[in-house]
Design a binder for this molecule. Structure first.
Ligand SMILES: [Zn+2]
Length: 64
């Protein structure tokens, strides 16, 4: 009976230490948003909403 309890505790420990951290680290790494300054209107826009032109970032509004 004691051996069964030890195995049970070991299984819980394995689940706790090996499986749970994988779920915790599942968060998308691209969560942090990076902002860049538009060289024309000096507004900070998200990097994905900006365009790199001649080494300078330009926002969507200034591209129009
Ligand atoms: Zn702009």
């Amino acid at each position: 009976m004691i051996a069964k309890v030890i195995i049970f505790v070991l299984i819980i420990a394995i689940i706790y230490f090996f499986i749970l951290p994988k779920f915790r680290s599942k968060k998308p790494s691209g969560e942090e948003q990076s902002f860049v300054e538009c060289s024309k209107c000096d507004t900070f826009v998200e990097l994905k909403d900006s365009t790199l032109r001649n080494g300078k970032y330009i926002c969507k509004e200034c591209l129009k």
